[in-house]
Design a protein around this ligand. Structure first.
Ligand SMILES: [Zn+2]
Length: 457
């Protein structure tokens, strides 16, 4: 019989359909699933044998879903550059020299950073994904594993569709379903026509999702017009990218109204990545319009090189602020809407709307405890005319205010520390690998006659 655990925080932010904020409430978890959310005294009496996790001075909320991320170890080393320049001079040369042990070390550290700041599910587009899956299995997070695939002579230094297919075969459903391998393409144009067809067929054959970056930069509009004679979302539709069990797009900054209607009708998920979009000066995504049209929109940090941290609380704040500035409307992107994006919206965007993103019976027990006895949470009013729990969570709290993270019913961060790994060791491993990676990249760049010709799109 699976163990039963009773979590008793001061406040439960359920993210249910009516945004219930509950006090005197306990959450009963059996195995990896939430069995009951109800009056504390009642559940205590009914389940005297349950293991107790008392959480005084804590608020319990659903684990955050980071809908767009790349593991990596370039943090702060490629700044102040427009997106194409940044890709050509820093990122692509890194991909040409990256080794599996470096990719794995980066994944361990990035998932650790995520778990410590309340992220329970991460969509990671990265390389050599066996290592990433090993990291997630051990650390305890959920992972939507998306290979960074280039299936084109110009992009033959990325993972291949063969690598991606191995992930689908070897890891689907591993770690009690926490590892979810999808098909990835760095960008639709990183595959030739045969590669695009095979990627789509693979997602269909394995009954899984397909994920790509698209419409991040305005330049892509002209590029798609030249290649396909259509705006990006219509080109993807034409190519068959949406004829799969689930399709998801990172960024979607430059969509027009007809494209928004199209992806809403086709159930395509979107990751909104406001920090990355601001930092790389990509633009302001029409998020309010997408949500109004019924698009499942999640929130993502993008990678350590685009952000430069993986703090989903910070991402929520920026999503709120950018949404307000974009429309010059202080009421735009309200706090509940932003919290939904980081929880249920992300769950829907990855096609897991029924399982993740809320504290409710039948959902997976992915939970985060946030400390409330802090300046950032004071005053804290769960109800009444000045109720501010949601505003505090979006605009005041930081990831470092999380001190317990539960995934699939297992506590993986306790008292602000990883349960299954030593953070200092993960940091040290990356620190030791960075000089070699940077030296090989510099060597590769020095051997090129002309970097400008390197990046064909
Ligand atoms: Zn990205």
């Amino acid at each position: 019989m699976s163990t039963t655990t009773l979590f008793t925080p001061d406040i439960v932010v359920t993210m249910d359909d009516v945004q219930s904020v509950l006090t005197d409430t306990a959450v009963l978890v059996r195995g990896g699933t939430i069995e009951a959310v109800g009056p504390r005294a009642e559940l205590e009496t009914a389940h005297p044998g349950a293991e107790r996790v008392d959480l005084p001075g804590r608020l319990l909320m659903p684990g955050l879903i980071n809908a767009h991320h790349h593991s990596g170890m370039l943090r702060g080393t490629a700044e102040h550059l427009p997106v194409w320049e940044w890709l050509r001079v820093h990122i692509d040369p890194m991909h040409r020299v990256l080794r599996p042990e470096e990719a794995e070390a980066a994944a361990w550290l990035c998932y650790a950073e995520g778990l410590l700041s309340g992220t329970t599910t991460v969509v990671d587009m990265w390389r050599f994904m066996d290592g990433a899956a090993r990291a997630a299995s051990a650390l305890g997070n959920r992972l939507v594993s998306v290979n960074y695939v280039g299936e084109h002579p110009d992009f033959d230094y990325f993972d291949t569709l063969d690598d991606n297919e191995r992930m689908l075969r070897d890891w689907a459903g591993a770690a009690n379903g926490r590892i979810m391998p999808w098909v990835g393409l760095e960008h639709p144009s990183y595959a030739d026509a045969a590669g695009q067809r095979r990627a789509i067929a693979m997602a269909r054959d394995y009954g899984t999702g397909i994920y790509t970056h698209c419409s991040e930069s305005e330049l892509e509009i002209a590029d798609f017009r030249d290649r396909y004679g259509a705006r990006p979302m219509f080109a993807l539709e034409e190519l068959g990218f949406f004829d799969v069990p689930h399709a998801m797009i990172a960024h979607a900054v430059w969509l027009d109204e007809a494209e928004i209607d199209l992806i809403a009708a086709r159930g395509v998920g979107v990751s909104h990545n406001p920090v990355s979009n601001m930092k790389l000066a990509s633009g302001m995504a029409p998020i309010a319009e997408m949500i109004a049209a019924g698009v499942a929109v999640g929130l993502g940090t993008d990678g350590e090189k685009e952000n430069n941290n993986l703090d989903m609380f910070e991402e929520m704040k920026v999503a709120s602020l950018l949404g307000k500035l974009r429309t010059m409307d202080a009421a735009a992107m309200d706090s509940w809407q932003v919290l939904r994006m980081a929880t249920r919206g992300g769950a829907a965007a990855i096609g897991r709307a029924a399982e993740l993103g809320a504290i409710a019976p039948g959902r997976k027990a992915d939970l985060v405890a946030v400390r409330t006895g802090t300046p950032r949470m004071t005053p804290l009013l769960p109800a009444g005319a000045h109720a501010n729990v949601h505003h505090n969570l979006v605009h005041a709290v930081r990831g470092s205010d999380v001190d317990m993270t539960v995934v699939d019913g297992r506590i993986v961060v306790r008292d602000g520390r990883l349960v299954h790994a030593d953070l200092d060791e993960l940091i040290e491993r990356v620190r030791l690998l960075v000089p070699g990676l940077f030296a090989r990249r510099a060597e590769w760049i020095a051997a090129q006659d002309d970097l400008t010709g390197l990046f064909h799109r």
